[in-house]
Design a protein around this ligand. Structure first.
Ligand SMILES: NC(=O)CC(=O)C(=O)O
Length: 286
């Protein structure tokens, strides 16, 4: 006999205890940057984009995955910085820290290749309004893909996987961090929601094969499943690069709705986050 299914018994309450955010409404800036082989130029460009976003009212700025270096296994060891060894060893994060402090904004600093002892990681740093490093997330799920005739890329050739989820209390709420392929793993987003995240930020560089299929789908799924905000930020597309990024940085609301997005060129999106929408969505769908 088939087991009977009682949806009431199976129902798991989705609304979890969420801390009261320090701010309800604010603007986020997503800086879709044109990344080149010139690291100094990449840093200068990122700084300019952050400053412009702040000028337009952004209190939180998100950068792309691997914004200071080309996205390639040859480049990761060359562009990698020792983040823990201080500002002289990490010009990219020194810039982020300084600009966060001067502009009094929170920065989720995309990701850069990080060198730590004999290992390399794909790492996102979060800076508070005082310029202090609040959190460091090392990409947990490395991106190894081989679709014959389409795309082959093996991050695990050079990078080591991070081991821990990262959730951080900031001046603009509780934020969970994932990097690109981390978005494919719903359990990470569920964990962040269970720990009271208001927003999950995913710096990411999807590609011309998976981008059109999965980029928007996954962001909307993570947001709608967990009834929270999801923000993504990609490098701008460079058709001549070894790895061609999809672009389309996006902000998704807790109903799975796209609040702001862009095409593939260099651009900064400014959009409003309103955390009262989370409570509203959770109330109506309980
Ligand atoms: N680049 C990534 O980490 C992920 C990606 O492009 C994909 O999942 O597709």
């Amino acid at each position: 006999m088939a087991a009977s299914f009682n949806p009431e018994e199976a129902r798991v309450p989705r609304a979890v205890q969420m801390p009261t955010p320090p701010i309800t409404k604010f603007k986020i800036g997503l800086c879709q940057l044109a990344v080149t082989a010139d690291k100094e130029r990449n840093i200068a460009l990122a700084r300019k984009a952050i400053e412009e976003a702040a000028q337009k009212g952004a209190q939180l700025v998100l950068l792309p995955e691997i914004w200071n270096s080309p996205y390639s296994n040859d480049s990761f060891p060359v562009y990698a910085e020792d983040i823990d060894a201080g500002s002289d060893s990490s010009p990219s994060t020194a810039m982020l820290s300084e600009v966060a402090r001067l502009l009094k904004i929170t920065i989720v600093g995309g990701s850069i290749p990080e060198r730590c002892l004999d290992k390399l990681y794909n790492t996102c740093c979060v800076f508070g309004t005082d310029g202090k490093l609040k959190a460091k997330h090392r990409k947990i799920h490395l991106f190894d893909i081989d679709i014959p005739g389409k795309i082959s890329f093996m991050e695990s050739k050079t990078l080591t996987a991070g081991e821990t989820p990262t959730i951080v209390d900031t001046e603009v709420g509780r934020i969970g961090i994932g990097i690109c392929y981390d978005i494919q793993f719903q359990e990470l987003a569920i964990l962040y929601a269970a720990r009271g995240a208001h927003l999950i930020c995913y710096p990411g560089a999807f590609n011309m094969t998976t981008g059109p299929l999965h980029w928007e789908l996954l962001q909307r799924a993570r947001a709608a499943d967990n009834q929270l905000y999801v923000a993504t930020c990609s490098p701008a597309r460079d058709a001549g690069a070894g790895y061609v990024a999809w672009g389309h940085s996006t902000l998704v609301g807790p109903f799975g709705e796209i609040l702001a997005t862009t095409e593939h060129e260099e651009a900064t999106i400014i959009s409003e986050i309103d955390y009262s929408q989370i409570e509203l969505r959770r109330r109506v769908s309980k």
